[in-house]
Design a protein. Structure first.
Ligand code: SAH
Length: 283
């Protein structure tokens, strides 16, 4: 859609942008095409899009994919995008909060249980819950190509030991390989966002990057390890799990961890090994 067309629509329907819904609409045709290109979606691919907006990205996805189910919470935008997208037979618009969405039901009803991809310019304020919801869904997701706040994208791909490395990094790495593909200027949106944006591609692994016997415990160990950043990992875990330090040190030595190590120094594999030993020995 040309920028003046988008501006005309905004004027015609008297749209007031809702900041809390993360309404920053992408109108730059080159960027929209580039996002779809790097998503590697083709005529055999089913797609879920989060945040239809005016259907600008939806349209580009629909041109190349098998079917796109697009989720939008704002009823006013749905009425508009239904008109804009009416010529496309492979688009289904659903009015729903993505965080309440039953993804499994969508996959069964709309995609006949086939694998799917996520391609979206999402509401930035709910990036982390969206990532957690889709990655932990255990559904057959091929990849997520998502435009998000740059700082959050940097946290998802951070190297071990960096200040951006945290529990969401370990969570993402447990399920996937991810990479930042490019940045997008605030000038490509209406209204311009106050933060920087980057496109990330998250490719799901066929199985998690480490075998853990108890996933729930694994994630609580990871969360506890980053909760007290200034404490050593030994002290953090002793507090969080109420374990005597001497016993915990024994576990550390068995998995080859230094007693003074901090949580941000552990790779996802080391977190997995630590959790498995902890479970066996004490929890
Ligand atoms: N993808 C569009 C819109 C991006 S703005 C584009 O690139 O132009 C983010 C969109 O997500 C808005 O349309 C907003 O109304 C919608 N949205 C916000 N919170 C949502 C939620 N919880 N569930 C579904 N859609 C949501």
């Amino acid at each position: 859609m040309k920028i003046y067309n988008l501006k005309k629509i905004i004027y015609k329907y008297d749209i007031k942008f809702c900041k809390s819904l993360g309404q920053n609409f992408l109108f730059d045709e080159n960027i929209l095409k580039k996002i779809v290109k790097v998503s590697e979606v083709d005529k055999n691919t089913n797609v879920i899009e989060i945040g239809t907006g005016f259907g600008t990205l939806t349209k580009h996805i629909a041109k190349v994919c098998k079917k796109v189910v697009t989720i939008e919470i704002d009823k006013k935008l749905i009425l508009i995008s239904e008109k804009i997208l009416e010529d496309f037979k492979n688009i289904k618009i659903i009015c729903e909060d993505v965080l309440k969405l039953n993804i499994k039901k969508i996959v069964e009803e709309e995609f006949k249980g086939e694998p799917f991809c996520v391609v979206a310019n999402i509401p930035y304020s709910i990036t982390t819950p969206i990532i957690i919801k889709f990655l932990s869904s255990k559904l057959n997701i091929v990849s997520l190509t998502i435009l998000m706040q740059k700082e959050v994208a940097q946290r998802l791909v951070a190297d071990v030991g960096r200040k951006e490395y945290g529990s969401i990094t370990v969570f993402t790495r447990y399920y996937s390989n991810s990479k930042i593909l490019f940045s997008v200027s605030p000038n490509c949106f209406i209204p311009k966002p106050t933060v920087k944006s980057a496109l990330i591609k998250i490719k799901l692994l066929s199985k998690p990057s480490v075998i853990v016997n108890n996933e729930e415990l694994f994630f609580s160990v990871v969360r506890a390890s980053f909760k007290h950043r200034r404490k050593t990992l030994l002290n953090s875990l002793a507090i969080e799990f109420n374990i005597i330090k001497e016993k915990l040190l024994d576990v550390f030595l068995k998995v080859g961890l230094d007693e003074n190590v901090r949580g941000e120094r552990l790779t996802v594999i080391e977190f997995g090994m630590l959790t498995n030993k902890l479970e066996l020995m004490y929890i």
